[in-house]
Design a protein around this ligand. Structure first.
Ligand code: S3P
Length: 208
């Protein structure tokens, strides 16, 4: 786990309103490899003055091995079980911003835990952007195939219907990071204000 400590956002600001409505919940970023979950998550956390947590880094710390090593030595099913356990633990440590690995949200159990403990945000990137970003690094075992482009296409087709269960969706694209972060803040703010409005309407309805 890491970084925070600057002064709290100014009272009355959009960030302060998000924080107060979030309570102990986390903001959980989901989406494909290369969608920018860690980059955007880190900046979003800084804007909200919340800790940023990277689930993949926590899994590596818990296992004492890198993700490629876990896949190689124990296989993907073992990695997925560890991933679900680590995320369940991290979901108890809100408020924070949590970036999850691209496959984590595929598990029903993880989706329902995230739903209970967090506001989830899908950073949606298309295949072309994903390929451009993941090409730079060789640390994603699922993409060590003869045709990584076809693999990304297949994974997107399988995963997008499940990523779409996230509370919010923001397009991740080649614009300055701060613009995407602003869009995340705007969407979070709208969502959390709506929750509040719905809650007061329910109370008014019950009293009527
Ligand atoms: C995976 C994504 C990776 C990492 C692992 C598996 C996936 O995380 O968890 O290599 O199944 O999409 P990032 O999405 O942070 O690259």
């Amino acid at each position: 786990m890491s970084d925070t400590a600057a002064p709290a956002p100014a009272s009355g600001s959009r960030e302060a309103e998000i924080l107060s409505r979030l309570g102990t919940r986390l903001v959980v970023l989901v989406g494909m490899m290369g969608a920018g979950k860690s980059t955007i998550g880190r900046r979003l956390a800084a804007r909200l003055q919340l800790p940023f947590i990277d689930a993949d880094a926590e899994i590596e710390a818990a296992a004492g091995m890198t993700i490629p090593e876990i896949f190689e030595v124990h296989g993907e099913p073992h990695f997925r079980d560890g991933e679900a356990r680590v995320i369940a633990r991290l979901l108890e440590s809100g408020p924070a911003v949590l970036a999850t690995g691209g496959g984590a949200f595929m598990r029903e159990e993880t989706r329902s835990r995230v739903h209970a403990k967090a506001v989830s945000l899908w950073l949606k990137a298309d295949a072309e952007i994903i390929m451009r970003r993941v090409r730079r690094r060789a640390d994603r075992p699922l993409l060590q195939t003869t045709d990584p482009e076809a693999t990304v296409g297949r994974l997107l087709a399988e995963r997008e219907p499940l990523y779409s269960h996230a509370d919010l969706t923001i397009a991740s694209r080649e614009v300055p990071h701060d613009r995407v972060v602003d869009e995340c803040l705007e969407a979070l703010h709208a969502r959390l204000c709506r929750e509040d409005a719905d809650a007061s309407e329910n109370v008014a309805g019950a009293v009527r």
